[in-house]
Design a binder for this molecule. Structure first.
Ligand code: CO
Length: 134
C-alpha cells in the first residue's frame, strides 16, 4: 500500500538556527519559512536527492507542535510521511485492520497541496505516520 517516503518532519525549537544548520553545516538546499495556519505550523522544506525534510515550528497557541516541544525541548522527529496512490482506499483498509485515523478521518490538504491523513502513533510503533496521496 505505502510507496515512497515523502518526508521526515522534525520539530525544532529555533527555526532559523535549524535552517542555517541544514544549509551551512549539512550543505542542503533549504527553502524559505512558510506559514501553514490550517496545521498550526511554520514549515521549512529541505530538498534532498531522495526525499524531503520538513522543519516544523509552532504557529499560533493551538499548534500541535507546541506541546511536542514542551515534551521534547531540544526538538525531535515529529512524523514520517509515506506516499499512497488512493488515500481513501488506504484509510478504509487501515481502519478495517484496527488502526486509528486521527481527526475526523477525512483527508485535509497538506503542506504540498495534496490530501493527507495522520495515523495514531500508538498503532505504529510510537511513530506518528502521515499518508499523502500522490
Ligand atoms: Co508532514
Amino acid at each position: 500500500m505505502i510507496g515512497r517516503l515523502n518526508h521526515v518532519a522534525i520539530a525544532v525549537p529555533d527555526l532559523e538556527a535549524a535552517s542555517s544548520q541544514y544549509r551551512e553545516t549539512l550543505g542542503a538546499v533549504v527553502g524559505q519559512p512558510k506559514d501553514e495556519p490550517d496545521h498550526g505550523v511554520t514549515v521549512v522544506f529541505i530538498e534532498l536527492p531522495n526525499t524531503k525534510i520538513e522543519l516544523l515550528y509552532p504557529l499560533g497557541d493551538n499548534s500541535p507542535i507546541k506541546a511536542f516541544l514542551e515534551k521534547n525541548p531540544a526538538g525531535g522527529i515529529h512524523h514520517i510521511c509515506y506516499e499512497v496512490e488512493d488515500i481513501l482506499a488506504a484509510r478504509d483498509q487501515l481502519r478495517a485492520s484496527g488502526a486509528r485515523v486521527l481527526g475526523s478521518g477525512e483527508p485535509k490538504i497538506g503542506a504540498h497541496g495534496k490530501p493527507v491523513l495522520f495515523l495514531h502513533p500508538k498503532d505504529f510503533n510510537g511513530c506518528l505516520v502521515e499518508l499523502e496521496q500522490i
